[in-house]
Design a protein around this ligand. Sequence first.
Ligand SMILES: [Fe+2]
Length: 333
Amino acid sequence: MLPITNFQPPFRITRASHVAITAKDLAASRDFYRDVIGLVVTEETDDAVYLRGLEEAAHHSLTLYQEKGEEAKALYIGLRVQRDEDIVSAENFFKANGIDYRRVEKPHQGPTIEFRDPVGTHIELTSSMTTVERKMQDFDEFVAGAPQRIDHFQVVSYDVQAATDFWAGLGMRLAEYTAKDGTDELWGSWMEVKGNTHDLVFTNGRGPRLHHFAYTVPDGISLLHAADVAGARGFGEEIDRGPGRHGISNALFLYLRDPDQHRVELFTTHYQFIDLEDEPIRWDISDARRAQLWGMPASRRWFFEASEFPDEPVLEPLLTAAPSTLEDYLQLH
Ligand SMILES: [Fe+2]
């Protein structure tokens, strides 16, 4: 069932803005994101590394925290709201709707709250960050994929419909979706608030788990250069999908796994999705072109592996189907 977007939401979300993950070896993960992906290190402390894309003025879009337990986790995905007042409005909305949340103090961030959405996704909202120099014209410092800015998150969810309805109620619009053939039974939803194809994606599967966070790169050459750098630095086998061209969102894509197996996407060329008369694009779940217009199908690990959130139970999906994987393709051909 297609969601109904609330165009007068209780508070104003403006974009996907930051993500935090843990790393068992902080220095190794810092090196990966700086040297293989090409992010800028803004600041390092004893137990955290703050990074950003080359054109970002915000202090951080990726924070790595030292993992103290056995297994690296995704801590939260971060969204920006427009003003400090929107944080207060969010608190009022959560109180009125029985949603637990808490105020947190975070370095280099304005008013910040954490909460879990109805399908257990760990979310942080903040209204501002310390600004730093944009490095978009420091071409002599561009390395690997030269990622420009964070763009979106993809979350695996056991209940895509519930997730989609919740976020549409907070003002997100459906730009594209996958559905059981010939129906509007949602299998995946690509939702946006910033005027391109998506800020937040939910796909069907064991969840909640963070499937990937994504940075946009300047062009296809940057994306291929990132793949070459990954190969040169010993991460060639950690490319678990791509390069290829998605049907959904029109992205030229490359997915890599970091030293803790968190997944980061580099991509280029989303399109605008702003005008209200634009209808969401529907894809049959059986249509292979939704996943790639060209390029090999995704590997099993791309489909089935993702980062769990701390202390969050992972539930079996309400809808079940076996995806068509690279391994299936190779057996058939
Ligand atoms: Fe993506």
